[in-house]
Ligand binder design. Sequence first.
Ligand SMILES: Cc1ncc(COP(=O)(O)O)c(C=O)c1O
Length: 400
Amino acid sequence: MAFLSARLARVKPSPTIAMTTRAAELAAEGRDIIALSAGEPDFDTPPHIREAGKAAIDAGQTRYTAVDGTASLKRAVAAKFARENGLDYDPSDVTVGSGGKQILYNALMATLDEGDEVIIPAPYWVSYPDMVVLAGGVPVTVPCPAAQGFRLTPEALEAAITPRTKWLILNSPSNPTGAGYDEAQMRALTDVLLRHPQVWVLSDDIYEHLVFDGFRFVTPAEVEPRLKDRVLTMNGVSKSYAMTGWRIGYGAGPKALIRAMATLQSQSTSNPCSISQQAAEAALTGPQDYIRDSRAVFQRRRDLVVTGLNACPGIDCPVPQGAFYVYPSIAALIGTTSVGGTRIDSDEAFANALLDEEGVAVVFGAAFGLSPHFRVSYATSDARLTEAVARIRRFCEGCN
Ligand SMILES: Cc1ncc(COP(=O)(O)O)c(C=O)c1O
């Protein structure tokens, strides 16, 4: 009898974390490595939020809280949904977990039975398919190539739905492509979903505030109120307020689902960190300048990276609407050989050779379910980005 479960054997460790770890190992050996592989803002948490965390410790907010979040944080989350998304959720419709990741995990674990299908547009955030598998479900990935803006079309959605479909996972703006759905594109999808009452929507809105060029973020429950009783609207403070380490995410949806997720959390992690909850409340209710300021910085970096990558021979980099990623194609480099002698026969070979030969860490597209691409996270300084783009250009110029 195997000691490790068969279920775990089907799950892969996160390739983004693997790449970041390898980059850190090379840096520890003394090499000058530029890591464009991590998915977190490079800024510090804004001062008033840090102060709220310190004040929480001093005020003795150091004990267990209600399992899925304090009443006051749930009120702050409900107020955020009303203020920013026009969504009317009662605080009792809200659940808070240790990161958006736990909210997604809870939702899938609480609802999937063996063989239930979950539609995941590809490229996708690396954790979705593995979480579905862990919960006993079947990930149904739908290719969404660059030619369609990396977006799911209503026709492809319709074709992917079966009587076993339980969820559609939507992520706008997207990790890894930065693609966002505008209102018309979102409505085209919600129109399809209205015809399939067995399908619920898990809307991962974690990059909501990182949108550029005046792009207006929308979320499915707002666009189609008739769907609201089968939507879980998920969000968190990690990316919007540079709080990845604090581990606070939240979701809102129908009470029966929210209660089931809380039951699961009560038997796994219990409440998210009490101190972090106070800090997250300060983030949601305090001044919002950080959001505007960081958005301007990320838009400038996006432009720097897109322009720089499009000047590299063999790279084609679309302009994304949001998040802090670009997802360029290397189709024109497949079949070439790098200066260091690596045959570029896949995006994985490209990413490994780029790291070995130029010390730039990116994540290969196969990890996100759509090749031949690579993901660049531009959540690093302008100076490092400029240097990284120069190295990538030299690498590409050497491929023939
Ligand atoms: C698309 C997406 N969803 C959810 C998360 C989870 O964020 P957290 O658990 O830090 O809230 C991430 C983090 O990388 C992400 O990229």
